[in-house]
Write a protein that binds this ligand. Sequence first.
Ligand code: AHR
Length: 332
Amino acid sequence: MYRIKTIAFLVIVFTMILAACQPAVPATKASEGPIGKASCAPNCTYKDMTLCYPQLGAESDWRTANTASFKETADQLGVKLVFSDAQQKQENQISAMRSCIQQGVSVIALPPVVETGWDAVLQEAKDANIPVIIVDRSVSADKSMYVSHIGSDMVLEGKKAGEEMNKLLPNGGNVLEISGTTGSGAAVGRAKGFRETLNKNITILDSQTGNFNPTEAKPVAEAFLKKYEGKIDGFFIHNDGMAQAVVEAMKAAGVKPGDIKMVSVDGTRGGFQMMIDGWVQADVECNPLLGPQVMEMALKLMNGEKIEAEVLTNETTYYPDKAAELLPTRKY
Ligand code: AHR
């Protein structure tokens, strides 16, 4: 009996030592691990892919171009695209993602309307082994909750805008800001970068959201022009659509092109026209044509290949001097 007990004790101790010596199982890091690897791997083609794209809305020409980029690329490559329009509502994006998870799509590409509030649905996608690529704006969720982010460096865009404003107002002055959607990575990043770069002799008199939407930005611009009449040297506007609304408000208020310097973001055709007409002095590029890059990454995931954890778009700044020459070449 004593012998049996001793043997049993030794077996337990030995098993415990063995377990302790095992290398720790690394947490699946999506960019290295098999998350999303499909049964067709390593020979999956675009025709095997169902890509979910719960678009956040249709608030701007940028967004329209972004949607077109996904739809056209999917058509060209033979990817099945599950597209929806959340009309600026996070809850709609989350429902669309849940429906995609239920359908068992290959990959979800999420352009998040705001930064926070994604943890639960990202966990659901992860549990279902469906990789999520964050597209365009950022999320605040831990990086382990999604496989990659493809989009612009919004803080850098804000910094570029600040540098342009410094050049336009070398003797300082007062500026007003009309920002994008409150809580969105694009608005938060641009506001941050702008403030980090702006010279000390430039004061931000006021900042209000226009939700990246010209219709919402127009009354904000009208109120600003009334309230700060004669005191405004510059406008920093978070996108071209809202800048077009500011131009309309300035025209109605009798302001002439160039009286108030304006820096905008996106580089849409509308932005180029405003530069040609003398209203905008610098347009910081934000590129919406992300469909091809996202689908290429999605295919790599399906085939179990490594991917980059962050892919930032290379962007430039456009100026009035080349605007007329470049306008016919603009794709959005
Ligand atoms: O997230 C990108 C921003 O969203 C673009 O600057 C804006 O035009 C769009 O609505």
